[in-house]
Write a protein that binds this ligand. Sequence first.
Ligand SMILES: [Zn+2]
Length: 296
Amino acid sequence: MIFVDGIGIGEADIINNPFFTHSFKTFTGHFGALPSLENAAMERDGKYLFPVDALLGVEGTPQSGTGQTTIFCGFNAAAFIGKHFGPFPFSTTIPLIQEQNIFKVLSSKGKKVFFANAYPKVFFDYLKSGKTRVSTTSLSYRSAGYKLNTVNDVRRANALTAEITGERWNRKLGYKIPVITPESAARRLVRIALKNDFTLYEYFLTDYIGHGRIADEFLAIFRMIDNFLFEVIAALPTDMTLLVVSDHGNLEDISKKQHTLNPSLAITAGKHALQLKENIKSLIDVRDAVDEVVMK
Ligand SMILES: [Zn+2]
């Protein structure tokens, strides 16, 4: 499973929709077209691209905290607290996240689960300082009893940095890790996934660039995630199942820097691609749909 922050399916707009401005080979290469609201569901060779409801029946613009909690924990977090909230999980949902997240559910049934992201030292220092505002995924994995990967796991090729290649870690955080291509990172993720029943990788820079942050790196990041996703789908073993899903729209409409009201993007490929596509209509459906496939 690859969670990609802030990608929805939006208008086919060559100015404001960067997928149409710059194209995106994950879509064109694997599906033969770019998704838009008019062409939101596509199928090719057992691979599916489809919209997922992110509004959750709650007024307002979808946010990461409630969206991700809903994805990974299988309940409508926005309805639970009465609003969309983010970027971090809302306080009253934290006990529910700790008990109901996908890692905990699957590991309690004997499945081998793995969160493939690594975290830099600054993050562990942040945790040591007693601060608790962390993402849904890292909270979920730790509350299921697992340790987050470190830079050493990246060096051993057992994890990926959150920015895929390692280049930003070197440039921004002063590491000297080997920089890998997005394609090589994709194949590493598939290799890691072969060792587990359920593997998650999380990518959030798509939401950053959708918000207009790090604008000088927009195209580099856009190409990087495209090359990465393209190769994961291309390198997917036939007996593996892939789900790519996002929590809300953002990047598909850069005319505004906020999240959008568009449906979230989902892609499924591999063994149980059709089953996932049939079972996932809303973010609320993701956890149980994944659980069902992993338990098969
Ligand atoms: Zn988000």
